[in-house]
Design a binder for this molecule. Structure first.
Ligand SMILES: Cc1cc2nc3c(=O)[nH]c(=O)nc-3n(C[C@H](O)[C@H](O)[C@H](O)COP(=O)(O)OP(=O)(O)OC[C@H]3O[C@@H](n4cnc5c(N)ncnc54)[C@H](O)[C@@H]3O)c2cc1C
Length: 380
């Protein structure tokens, strides 16, 4: 059995690492920890165009929509190297990982022709308008309304925790086209340009450092019917697939493993690695990073074989959260208060691990889904 990447993917990774060493050299460390900060997003806007110019922004998309026609593995090699470096694509990683693939799967030909190429060229950012003040884990309780109005819909309501909405061009937005009693059956997906009259974005402070959280208010916002994705009231199928892409999108274990290496160097120079207890903690954290990597690779293998998303995405997501938390906790244990210094790797890792266990469906929710869909519990 050969577990290594094939030569083409390994060569791609080498080229990518050389490119990143050159492109990220100047001042990158300053913005590295501030995914969502103004300096990071400004850098990302230029960077993604350079990446697009080399065919490295959407290598896994079909060529007719501006992609490179490559496979799921190449996309993931790219993701690993980007995430390790603090995700220099900025919010663009969401377009590449789940916005684009959802449009490719459910969009009309016109939606694909108009919306995908600008993403592939690195010209636009999208954000995700799912959560609401009373609808997070229970997303099906969302209340933002979309009522038919002429050849379109009138939207009213509020979103919250909308990452990057303050700089985004479009929002992948969920709204209720049926009644609240319809639950999941009454939800539709809208592809909303954020400069539409009636949209107001208000930034909110969050615990994940510079990460840009926002509230999005919608007051009599009119969208044409051509901006409905898929069928009216059938948005939940799209949500399920979108969340599977999102949950196994950012290769979080890659960054956690790198931070772990840094922590080991830091501990070695202070003579801490002689302690068997510390060694054990490092061993456990490393094992969790490796387990997460392999569970994620099983999902990528499914994608490479064009299989439908499966509960393996929940398993892989839960494993990534465990890995990130183990490294964050270890940073606190070995570095003590130094790990809380703002901007330090320990601090960034700790905050990342908190966010990872909530975003895209909380850790507890992943465990519930694993119990039901994989372990088939409770037994009757
Ligand atoms: C870094 C980050 C980025 C985000 N970006 C976005 C974004 O761009 N767009 C967007 O729409 N949203 C975004 N979110 C919001 C995120 O999707 C929600 O926070 C998440 O779905 C949880 O919802 P909630 O905050 O309402 O918590 P709640 O649903 O109120 O959950 C609170 C706690 O209760 C637990 N819980 C709830 N129900 C159950 C259950 N049935 N079984 C066991 N435990 C349960 C949860 O696990 C959690 O620990 C982001 C969140 C974070 C942290």
């Amino acid at each position: 059995m050969e577990f290594a990447f094939d030569e083409a993917d390994a060569a791609f990774r080498r080229d990518l690492v050389d490119f990143l060493d050159r492109e990220l050299a100047d001042g990158w460390e300053r913005s590295e920890f501030g995914l969502g900060s103004a300096v990071h997003t400004d850098f990302s806007r230029k960077f993604v165009r350079t990446l697009a110019g080399r065919g490295w922004l959407t290598p896994h998309w079909p060529e007719r929509y501006g992609g490179g026609g490559q496979g799921a593995w190449q996309h993931f090699v790219l993701g690993e190297e980007m995430w390790k470096r603090g995700e220099p694509r900025g919010p663009q990683y969401m377009n590449v990982n789940w916005v684009g693939p959802s449009l490719i799967k459910y969009g009309t030909e016109e939606q694909k022709r108009t919306l995908l190429p600008p993403i592939a060229r690195g010209e636009v950012f999208w954000c995700q308008g799912f959560s609401e003040p009373e609808a997070g884990t229970d997303l099906a309780a969302l209340r933002t309304r979309a009522v038919r109005d002429g050849d379109g819909y009138l939207l009213n309501g509020q979103k919250i925790w909308t990452s990057y909405a303050d700089g985004a061009d479009h929002c992948f937005l969920l709204a209720r086209t049926g009644t609240v009693a319809d639950g999941r059956r009454g939800i539709s997906v809208f592809l909303l340009p954020l400069d539409t009259p009636g949209v107001e974005v208000r930034p909110i402070d969050g615990f994940v450092g510079d990460h840009s959280f926002n509230e999005v208010f919608l007051k009599d916002v009119w969208v044409p019917r051509s901006r409905l994705l898929g069928e009216e009231n059938k948005g939940w199928d799209i949500v399920r697939r979108t969340l599977a892409y999102e949950r196994v999108g950012a290769p979080r274990y890659a960054r956690a493993a790198l931070v772990l290496d840094g922590l080991a160097d830091w501990s070695r120079t202070r003579g801490l690695l002689h302690d068997p207890g510390v060694q054990e903690q490092f061993g456990e954290a490393r094992a969790l990073c490796e387990a997460a990597r392999l569970l994620v690779y099983r999902v990528i293998d499914e994608r490479a074989k064009d299989k439908e998303p499966s509960p393996r995405a929940n398993q892989a997501r839960a494993a990534m959260v465990q890995a990130e938390r183990a490294v964050g906790d270890l940073a606190l244990d070995v570095m003590g208060s130094e790990a809380l210094a703002e901007g330090s790797r320990g601090d960034a890792q700790f905050r990342n691990s908190l966010g990872a266990g909530i975003a895209a469906g909380s850790y507890e929710v992943q465990l519930n889904l694993i119990t039901r869909l994989i372990l088939k519990l409770p037994k009757e």
